[in-house]
Design a protein around this ligand. Structure first.
Ligand code: IDP
Ligand code: MG
Length: 230
């Protein structure tokens, strides 16, 4: 399976890979087999309950709900995106890890990878390759590699764009109050946090900082309360 950070991976330690259409088909096939002579549409119907118990298969009554849950999860997983967020050495040294992590958590995003690393300067140059023509490039890379960085991947609907909103403008003197930089930083050279600025950079940065197996796909208990349409 090619690496794609936008998809829940099938090699994770959870039981179902809801993003995979094959997974659903396999589940439906299994349900059809379990229902023996009953057709699949009958398994969907809410009132299989009576039919099921008259054949001594009361447990089949649980199947329709399971089918609906599978479908919901699958639709949902298709809309999920992931972004790379890093707390830079200034944020780590200032003890702002829990403050920053909690803002993403409380919003309703899901943490799918996290590690504390001291990147080399060469690695920092790769991360900031877009900025290599800028006068501050070398100093910026020196700084990023000067100490521990908390590297994370967060997942959620619209997390790339809204993650940038939570972070605030690049220059903290212009960041709105209420944003991470607006509330917790003062100058552009020490703006404490990095966030991917679009789908392509998110994909590249996640691949640069994390191995695919470090991304953990799981269903959070809260998801059914964070997402939904009425
Ligand atoms: P971003 O972090 O908001 O995406 P970028 O323009 O991608 O902003 O710049 C990357 C990082 O480079 C910034 O977060 C900041 O640490 C640093 N930086 C940007 N502009 C300046 C500058 O004018 N002087 C010094 N450092 C800068
Ligand atoms: Mg940037």
């Amino acid at each position: 399976i090619p690496y794609d950070p936008y998809h829940i991976r099938s090699d994770s330690n959870i039981h179902f890979d809801f993003s995979c259409a094959d997974g659903r088909n396999a589940a439906l096939a299994t349900l059809a087999n379990l229902g023996r002579n009953s057709t699949l549409p009958a398994a969907y119907a809410h009132h299989t309950n009576a039919a099921a118990s008259s054949h001594g298969y009361a447990w089949i009554a649980a199947i329709p709900a399971a089918v609906y849950m599978l479908q919901d999860q699958e639709v949902h997983a298709a809309e999920m995106e992931r972004t790379f967020i890093a707390i830079k050495p200034d944020g780590v040294q200032r003890g702002l890890i829990s403050e920053i992590v909690s803002r993403f958590e409380r919003k309703g995003y899901k943490l799918v990878a996290i590690k504390l690393v001291v990147p080399s300067k060469q690695f920092a140059e790769k991360h900031y390759h877009d900025l290599k023509e800028r006068p501050f490039f070398s100093g910026l890379c020196d700084f990023l590699s000067s100490g521990p960085v908390l590297a994370m991947v967060w997942e959620g609907e619209g997390v790339i764009k809204y993650g940038r909103k939570l972070i605030g403008a690049t220059d903290p003197s212009k960041s709105e109050p209420g944003t991470i930089r607006g509330d917790l930083a003062v100058v552009v050279g020490r703006n404490i946090i990095h966030g991917s600025d679009g789908p392509e950079t998110a994909k590249d940065e996640i691949a640069l900082w994390f191995q695919p197996k470090e991304l953990v796909s799981y269903t959070s208990n809260e998801e059914k309360w964070i997402y939904g349409v009425n």
